[in-house]
Design a protein around this ligand. Sequence first.
Ligand code: C5P
Length: 405
Amino acid sequence: MLTNKRILLIIGGGVAAFKSLDLIRRLRERGANVTVCMTSAASQFVTPLSAASLSGNQVYSDLFSLTDEAAMGHIQLSRAADLLVVAPATADLMSKMANGLANDLASTLLLATDKKVLVAPAMNVRMWTHRATTRNVAQLREDGVLFVGPDDGDMACGEYGPGRMAEPLQIVDAVEAVLFAGTAEQFLAGKRVVITSGPTHEPIDPVRYIANRSSGRQGHALATAAKDAGAEVVLISGPVNIPDLAGLKTIKVETAKQMQAAVEAALPADIFISAAAVADWRVDTQASQKVKKSGDGPPSLVLIENPDILAGIAGRKVQRPSLVVGFAAETEKVIEYGQAKLARKRCDMIVANDVSPGSGVMGGQENSVHLITASAIESLPKQSKAAVATAIIRRCNAMLEEKQS
Ligand code: C5P
C-alpha cells in the first residue's frame, strides 16, 4: 500500500503518455497522493485537464509560472515528494537527466530533487538501442537512477523490440519496491540483474551431447535472492531439473553460444552474475545424423573453444554492467586460482568454491564459498545455497553502493 506516499509523476512527451493516466489511477487506488508535472510535448499526447482530474491535484508544466512559483516553488515541488517517477521517460528527457540540463520544469525538478528517481523508458526500438541512449542509460544507472522496463513488444510505430513502456501495474510494483526499499529489505529495487545458471549442453549429434554435473541450484538461488531484494531479474538457464521460478523472467538455452547471445540481449544491467558452468569446449562440427558404429574404431571428436561469456561481458567497452561477478569451481588451490581468475576475467568479484569430489557441492544442497575481490577475501561458512545466494547478493549491493558513492 502507498497510503500517504507522495509521488511526483513527470510525464514525458511520448505516445505511451496515455498509459500514464492509468498509472495515476493505479497509484491513487493504492492510496498514493499523486502530483503531475507534464513536459510541453506530453501535453500534445494527453491533456493537463485529464491529469488534474485523475490526480485530484494541480498539474504543473511551466518553469516560469509566477502563480505556481508563488504557491509552491520548483525546488519545494521536487522535494515535497517521497519519490519522483518519470513515465514515459523519453530519449530526450533521459538525455537531459544524464547531462544535468534544466531548461524546463520537468528537467529542473529532476535536477533539484533530493529524492530517488524511478524512470520508465518508452521509445522506438532503434532510439532505445542507439549508442547515445545506451550511454545515457549507463550514466543514469551509475548516478543511482532506478529503472522499470522497457519491455519487448509491438510499438505504436509498427516496429517490434525493446522500448515499450512497462505496464502501469508493473510501475506501481516498482514504486512500492523502491519506497519500501529501506524497510522490507528491497535494497535492489530498480536494479536490473542478469544471472546465468546451470550447465550448457554441447551437441555431438542429434542425440548426444557434452555436459557437466551442474544442477543450476546456486544460480537459481541467486535469482531468487536478487528478486527478493526487489531487483528486476533476468535468469538465463541451461538445461536443469528445477521448476521455473515464479515471477521471474527465465530464458532457456542449451549451448554456450546461445547463452552468450541471451546474455548480450539482456543488457543493459546493473549486475551480471555468471553462475553457469559453461562448457569450455564444443564439438567443431556437429553431425547432422546420429554417429554410427563402424568397423574403423571410434569416431574422433574435434573440440573447439567456446566463447568466454564472463570475460566478454567484463571486458565490454559499452554496456558493461556496473558489477560483474564470476564463479570459480576448483578442485585444488581454490583461493589462489580464484584470485588468478579475478584478474584474468577482469570481473569485480569471484565466488570461489571447492568442487572436489569429496565436497558434495556440485549438484548438492550446500556450498562453502570465498568471496574474492581485488581488495579482500571473505570466507563464508558452509551453508545452504539459498543462504550463500543471499550473502552474495548483499555483498553485490554493498559493492554497487560503494561504486556509486
Ligand atoms: O574459466 P572458468 O570456466 O573456470 O571460469 C568460471 C567462470 O566463468 C564462471 O563464472 C562461469 O560461469 C564463467 N564462464 C563463462 N563462459 C565460459 C566459461 C566460463 O562465462 N565459456
